[in-house]
Design a protein around this ligand. Structure first.
Ligand SMILES: [Fe+2]
Length: 298
C-alpha cells in the first residue's frame, strides 16, 4: 500500500492505494494531441503531474507536487503512458497496430464524471446499444443480446467476450446499411480494454477500438479512445466524428449513473445473461484486490 499525500491547497485527505493500482501504467495523452515544446498538466490517482514532449520530441512526465520527481513513462500504441509506481515488466500485445495497411488514429480524450472502471464496464455492454445508440449501433426492436462466451486467458490474465454479435444499422463511419456486427471484447488491464469489431470495409477483418482510461480520481476519469482500422474511404475527421457521436451518447448515461464508482458486490445489480461479461469483469477486479474506483460502503 502507498500513502498518498494531498496536493498543496487541496483538502486534507490521506488515501491508501493498493499496489496493483499504484504500480500500473496509465495513459495521459494520445500522440497527435500534444505539441512539441509544451508542458501539460493532468492528474493520475489524485496526484497532479506535468507531462509533455521537449523540442526534440522526447516525452517525459513528473510529479507537480514541488518535488518535480520524474515518473516512469512509455510510448506505446500511439499513446503516452505514465506510472507513479514501479510497473511490472512487459505490456499487453496489440499486434494490429503494426499492420501496414491499418490506419491508426486517436479518436479523442474525454473527461467523464465516473470511475474509469465504470466507463470500461459500459464499453463492454451491448445491451444499451438499441436504446443509447439508436440508429447507429442498435435499433429497437432488435434488443436481444445473443449468447456469447466469456473466456479467462489465465496465462496473460486477460478476459474476453467472444462470439458476440449484434445487428447494427450503422456500425461505422463507412457503413451504407445495417450489418450483423461480430464483436470480441478483450480486457487487458483494469482500465484498458479493446474491442475487435467487423470492419465495414472488409468483412474478413476486424477493426480495433481501444479504450484506455486514465484515473483522475476515484470518480473522474479521462477516456482515451484509439482506432486501428481498415478504411480507405473516410477522412480522419469523419472517423473521429462518428466515434465522438457514440461517446457523446454514452456521456449522457455515464454522467447520470449512480454510484459513479463501480460496485463489485454482485448483489448491487441484477445479473442477466447479457451481463455475463460485466459480471466476469467485476469478479476479475475483485480477485485482483482492486478497490480504487469501486463502490464501497462505510
Ligand atoms: Fe455506448
Amino acid at each position: 500500500m502507498k500513502a498518498i499525500t494531498p496536493n498543496p491547497g487541496e483538502e486534507e485527505k490521506q488515501m491508501e492505494i493498493e499496489a496493483a493500482v499504484w504500480n500500473e501504467w496509465y495513459p495521459v495523452a494520445i500522440m497527435e494531441d500534444i505539441a512539441d515544446g509544451r508542458q501539460y498538466r493532468t492528474r493520475i490517482l489524485d496526484r497532479q503531474i506535468t507531462y509533455g514532449r521537449d523540442k526534440d520530441g522526447v516525452f517525459s512526465a513528473s510529479l507537480a507536487d514541488g518535488s518535480a520527481t520524474a515518473c516512469r513513462t512509455q510510448t506505446c500504441y500511439h499513446t503516452y503512458w505514465v506510472s507513479l509506481g514501479e510497473p511490472a515488466e512487459g505490456f499487453f500485445a496489440l499486434p494490429e497496430f503494426e499492420e501496414a495497411d491499418r490506419r491508426v488514429l486517436g479518436l479523442g480524450s474525454v473527461q467523464i464524471h465516473a470511475s474509469g472502471l465504470r466507463v470500461v464496464e459500459n464499453f463492454l455492454d451491448m445491451a444499451h446499444f438499441p436504446f443509447v445508440h439508436s440508429g447507429l449501433l442498435g435499433e429497437v426492436p432488435n434488443t436481444d443480446v445473443k449468447p456469447y462466451r466469456v473466456v479467462h486467458d489465465k496465462e496473460n490474465d486477460e478476459i474476453f467476450a467472444k462470439d458476440c454479435s449484434f445487428y447494427q444499422p450503422m456500425a461505422g463511419a463507412a457503413a451504407i446499411g445495417g450489418i450483423d456486427a461480430q464483436y470480441t471484447y478483450r480486457v487487458v488491464r483494469p482500465l484498458s480494454s479493446i474491442l475487435y469489431k467487423t470492419s465495414v470495409s472488409d468483412s474478413s477483418r476486424r477493426d480495433v477500438i481501444c479504450l484506455f482510461s486514465q484515473p483522475i480520481s476515484e470518480d473522474w476519469c479521462v477516456a482515451h479512445l484509439l482506432l486501428a482500422c481498415i478504411d480507405e474511404l473516410n477522412s480522419d475527421s469523419e472517423l473521429r466524428l462518428f466515434q465522438q457521436t457514440i461517446v457523446g451518447q454514452d456521456l449522457t448515461i455515464l454522467s447520470n449513473h449512480l454510484p459513479r464508482t463501480l460496485p463489485l458486490d454482485q448483489k448491487f445489480e441484477v445479473p442477466t445473461r447479457a451481463d455475463a461479461m460485466s459480471a466476469a469483469y467485476r469478479r476479475w477486479l475483485s480477485d485482483k484486490g482492486i478497490a480504487y474506483g469501486t463502490y464501497r460502503t462505510a
